[in-house]
Design a protein around this ligand. Structure first.
Ligand code: NAD
Ligand code: IPM
Ligand code: MN
Length: 349
């Protein structure tokens, strides 16, 4: 029987609440399989920083590296909390994991499940995947400021786009499109960001020549936000850079029934380094500790995790149980635990 070493990082705010449910669902979905999950718990996040002053140590990184995958809830405190100013949990923990483990595919499916109540009156079918680049762009930290605090301050944040980095994620997106409805949309802002946009456009055109059966189109990011609301059904695979992908996937979450349903994987497709599976949402300090968070995004992230590990059947069982749960959702509010329990019950039925 196979043993999977799973690192669990519940994190901050609603993170521990949604991860408790995700772990229950993982156990239920794999109970009768020949795979054993050996879980280790990592207390990382704003809470850890406030206790110890550490964000992510080299020892933490080494310990995480030896795992097959990471399941993460959410990290980060209340935006603007002065005690966390120096910690920069987002950069020092979440982005550091993505960079160190070279998780260059940030995979974010957006699907409208029958029964979920999105904000659109007549959404039609929505089923697309955003392939967001995960290790480059404006996120790399290639910036700085001078004359800080003076009227002459200059603050820069450079978007880094390498041919190597763009090509590998674009190739992944085309291969995904081949397995889906064979349509790929590049989203960028080539009319203004001529250098960064230029390299993306050229590489997409080059790789497109190897995939003549994939229909390729291009949208400027501002126009893309229009179509995500007015005609989301037109999208199959969207490929885009780190920052545009971040913004588009919160919008995609909202359009497909709420950010509480949006799952993601920060994936290293080469498979040697661990990939992280995490909801798109954050630690939601406004509802933390109140059992108000929807754990579905975390639960669907477990499905992505299982799929990544090649455990397709268990992955599909979770998606199916979630689909049934969403279809049966009424107007009555349920607690985080009640939603998790209902999905577990469907898996055991
Ligand atoms: P957020 O996603 O935490 O919250 C935005 C809104 O969505 C809030 O109103 C929140 O209540 C709601 N929401 C989020 N998840 C929900 C769920 N599962 N069920 C129901 N409602 C939910 O974004 P934010 O407020 O901008 O960020 C809060 C903190 O989280 C910040 O410190 C931020 O940096 C961090 N963050 C972390 C991650 C991550 O760890 N992957 C992702 C995004 C933001
Ligand atoms: C996400 C989050 C992160 C991002 C932040 C917290 C660094 O918003 O996973 O979408 O911008 O990638
Ligand atoms: Mn985000």
């Amino acid at each position: 029987s196979r043993v999977v070493k799973l690192a669990v990082v519940p994190g901050d705010g609603i993170g521990p609440e949604v991860i408790a449910e995700a772990v229950k669902v993982l156990d239920a979905a794999t109970a009768h399989s020949d795979v054993t999950f050996e879980r280790s718990h990592f207390a990382l996040g704003a809470g850890r920083y406030l206790d110890t002053g550490d964000t992510l140590t080299d020892d933490d990184l080494d310990a995480l590296r030896s795992h097959d995958a990471i399941l993460l809830g959410a990290v980060g405190g209340v935006p603007g909390d002065p005690r966390l100013k120096d910690a920069n949990i987002e950069r020092g923990l979440l982005l550091r994991l993505r960079f160190e483990f070279d998780q260059y595919v940030n995979l974010r499916p957006a699907k409208l499940y029958p029964g979920s109540t999105g904000p659109l009156a007549d959404p039609g079918e929505i089923d697309f995947v955003v392939v967001r680049e995960g290790t480059e762009g404006a996120y790399v930290g290639n910036g700085g400021s001078i004359r800080r605090g003076t009227p002459h301050e200059i603050a820069n944040e450079t978007s880094v786009n390498t041919a190597f980095g763009v090509e590998r994620v674009v190739r992944y997106a085309f291969e995904l499109a081949e397995r889906r409805r064979r349509s790929l949309t590049l989203v960028h802002k080539t009319n203004v960001l001529v250098h960064a946009g230029g390299i993306w456009k050229r590489i997409v055109d080059q790789v497109a020549a190897e995939h003549p059966d994939v229909a390729v189109d291009y949208l400027h990011v501002d126009a893309a936000t229009i179509f995500l609301v007015t005609n989301p059904g037109r999208f199959d695979v969207i490929v885009t850079d780190n920052l545009f992908g971040d913004i588009l996937t919160d919008l995609a979450g909202a359009v497909t029934g709420g950010i509480g349903l949006a799952a993601s994987g920060s994936i290293n497709p080469d498979g040697v380094l661990p990939s992280t599976f995490e909801p798109v949402h954050g630690s939601a300090p406004d509802i933390a500790g109140q059992q108000k968070a929807d754990p579905t995004a975390a639960i669907l992230s477990v499905s992505l995790l299982l799929d990544h590990l090649g455990l397709r059947e268990a992955a599909d069982r979770i998606t199916h149980a979630v689909e049934e749960d969403i279809a049966a959702r009424g107007a009555t509010a349920r607690t985080t635990t009640q939603i998790g329990d209902a999905i577990v019950a469907r898996l055991q039925a």
